[in-house]
Design a protein around this ligand. Structure first.
Ligand code: MG
Length: 163
């Protein structure tokens, strides 16, 4: 059994290219933007980073173990459904999510107009109030390969507590 006072921290990271003609699926929402993430699934880098943080904290390897990207069942997968399955796996491992914090790095899309909606949506998927979901955006300062909307990177951290 888990020690009821046991806390676990997890860290996740993901990056996806952005391309014209793809829906801008980020944080479980489709944002109004002319480019979206390219990927085997819907490319939702926010939720992928979050799933890696959760699986890492729970000692469940990573997103690729739960949902292999060469498995045709996950082609075009809805990452929101994958996140909910990951949360169920975290609960199955004996943990509840306390809070999550996210950093998005990229010049596009602008995060600020969507921040409240993203916090609410991610909280809904995690079963948490928006106050326990934080999300912040950073531009690239025109340095590096993510500049000018070429892609988006996401860092995620979460805290779990034993059930
Ligand atoms: Mg990904």
């Amino acid at each position: 059994m888990n020690d009821p006072d046991l806390l676990r921290v997890g860290l996740g990271y993901d990056v996806h290219r952005l391309a014209h003609g793809r829906p801008c699926v980020l944080g479980g929402l489709v944002l109004p933007h002319d480019k979206g993430p390219v990927g085997h699934s819907d490319g939702d880098a926010v939720l992928h980073a979050l799933i890696d943080a959760l699986t890492g904290a729970a000692g469940l390897d990573d997103i690729g173990t739960l949902f292999p990207d060469d498995d045709p069942r996950y082609r075009g997968a809805d990452s929101a459904a994958l996140l909910q399955a990951a949360v169920a796996a975290v609960h199955g491992a004996g943990f509840a999510v306390v809070n999550v914090d996210l950093v998005l790095i990229g010049d596009e899309p602008k995060l600020r107009p969507h921040r409240a909606a993203l916090r609410a949506r991610i909280g809904e998927l995690l079963g948490l109030p928006a106050a326990r979901v934080n999300i912040k955006g950073k531009t690239t300062e025109r340095l590096g390969p993510l500049t000018d909307g070429a892609g988006i990177a996401v860092h995620a951290i979460c805290l779990l507590r034993a059930l």
